[in-house]
Design a protein around this ligand. Structure first.
Ligand SMILES: C[S@@+](CC[C@H](N)C(=O)[O-])C[C@H]1O[C@@H](n2cnc3c(N)ncnc32)[C@H](O)[C@@H]1O
Length: 316
């Protein structure tokens, strides 16, 4: 966990104007989180601070925004944008599952609201060398925190065929897991380990399109599910989410809210179950029995919003 301030930022020359500024379901976030003057709010996935800036404007100079992200590069952008509001904030490079340590360090017991906007940001997808996108040639990295840990390329070099099948199926819900894993192992055996994004995407395309069972070409790229599965494993995303949601109610003052925006069914299921558990133990009241979805107008403007699911719970 690292507090990001002007001493820890080494390159302040990021041009934040070039980074997309399109937070998902921002109107709903503000309506349910209701950040008011003087509130302490946690944006646990601050990203490029799209939601963060709106929240910081609302809480004013007596409030405090605590922003967390694993990604050191995106925090530079968040900092530049948040500074423009002139209101107080603290940024941490950390896993949001470590919120308890952060609050302890700040000597804060309870906060007025928590936002989790899960997954990767447009910034991470748009910078090819981060290796999240199959559209541009780049090393298969996919780490949100690039200071350590295994890359997606490392995993594809060492996993057995059986392990790959399990990962593609469990975290990508990819029906063609077996064929794809077999094709990757075949490439490895032929002395062509999978090192880049487009190399992996081409293997998946070749495998899927050659299948006799393959009927319709969907709007979603055939590599999407495998890329999602690898990203989840590289960043241990579901474990962080489960761990965080198990304790989130401890940090919320009575009547304050937690908003979670998820982007695939595995995340949404974890959120739904955690909120249900909170209800059964009388710690949370669920404000969205069914998840809210973005409007058609928002989806037209911002494609990333199309799979968003929005859930809210209130601390009892
Ligand atoms: C969808 S983006 C957030 C976008 C942000 N709400 C905005 O308006 O710009 C998700 C962010 O969460 C970060 N992230 C994902 N999992 C995380 C975790 N376990 N701990 C900390 N940050 C995480 C990613 O690095 C990414 O920057």
């Amino acid at each position: 966990m690292l507090l990001i301030n002007k001493d820890t930022i080494h390159n302040d020359c990021v041009n934040d104007e070039q980074i997309p500024h399109n937070p998902v379901m921002v109107e709903e976030v503000m309506r349910f989180l209701k950040p008011g003057k003087g509130d302490i709010i946690v944006d646990a996935t601050i990203g490029a601070a799209g939601h963060g800036c709106e929240i910081l404007e609302s809480i004013g100079e007596e409030g405090l925004l605590i922003g967390i992200d694993k990604d050191a590069e995106i925090l530079k952008i968040a900092r530049q944008r948040l500074l423009k509001t002139g209101n107080p904030f603290k940024l941490y490079q950390a896993d949001y599952a470590d919120l308890g340590y952060i609050l302890r360090e700040l000597k804060i017991k309870k906060v007025k609201g928590i936002l989790l906007d899960l997954g990767v940001s447009s910034f991470q997808l748009d910078v090819p060398e981060r290796g999240f996108s199959f559209r541009e040639e780049a090393p298969l990295d996919m780490r949100m925190d690039r200071s350590g840990g295994e890359t997606a390329g490392d995993l594809l070099r060492k996993l057995s065929e059986k392990e790959m099948v399990e990962i593609f199926w469990r975290y990508g819900e990819e029906r063609r897991s077996r064929r794809i894993a077999r094709a990757i192992v075949k490439e490895r055996k032929a002395g062509r380990p999978i090192k880049t994004t487009t190399q992996l995407a081409r293997i998946i395309e070749k495998t899927v399109f050659s299948s006799v069972n393959y009927k319709k070409r969907s709007k979603v790229h055939v590599a999407t599910k495998v890329f999602q599965a690898l990203r989840i494993v590289v960043n241990d995303e579901l474990k962080s989410l489960e761990c965080f949601l198990n304790h989130a109610h401890d940090f919320l003052a009575s009547g304050s809210r937690i908003v979670v925006i998820s982007f695939h069914s595995l995340e949404d299921r974890i959120v739904k179950n955690a909120f249900r558990k909170g209800k059964s133990t009388s710690t949370l009241s669920i404000l969205t029995t069914k998840p809210l979805l973005p409007s058609d107008t928002e989806i037209k403007k911002n494609k990333r919003a199309r799979s968003a699911k929005f859930r809210v719970a209130e601390r009892l």
